[in-house]
Design a protein around this ligand. Structure first.
Ligand code: ZN
Ligand code: ZN
Length: 138
């Protein structure tokens, strides 16, 4: 993947890419932890730099739900959306609402050539719903 994106293959880049693939929607802090488990001591700045390079090259997508830290995922280019739990911050992928990207036809595009619609569905994840309903019964 790195070579196809004309990026030099380095151990930190491979480790960060693998971490993002294995842990979709991980934040920077957990990615640093995963990379350190893999490579030993790696500076925080090095991981930030690699994440930026991978994001710029389109190998990694950065999402930033309001009220959350930035998260990274390797599922790129399909304009998928996210459901975010208001209670615990869990994130799940949601496919395009209708057809192919951008899935939302703006009621008025104001003449813009739209190529992306980023939608966040806010709600409560199944685990938190269960926790809520069982505490209601107490
Ligand atoms: Zn939750
Ligand atoms: Zn996603």
């Amino acid at each position: 993947m790195l070579r196809r994106a004309s990026l030099r293959v380095t151990r930190p880049r491979v480790a960060v890419l693998a971490a993002v693939h294995e842990h979709p929607h991980a934040d920077t802090h957990s990615i640093i932890g995963l990379v350190r488990k893999d490579l030993g001591e790696v500076s925080q700045q090095a991981v930030y730099d690699v994440l930026r390079a991978l994001t710029d090259a389109g190998l990694v997508r950065r999402i930033h739900p309001p009220g959350s830290v930035a998260r990274y995922e390797a599922r790129v280019g399909d304009n998928h959306h996210h459901a975010v739990c208001r209670s615990c911050g869990a994130i799940a992928d949601v496919d395009c609402a209708v057809g192919t990207a951008p899935c939302l036809t703006a009621a008025d595009d104001h003449g813009y050539a739209l190529d992306e619609a980023e939608v966040i569905y806010w709600g409560v994840c199944p685990e938190c719903s269960i926790a809520r309903s069982s505490s209601n019964h107490l």
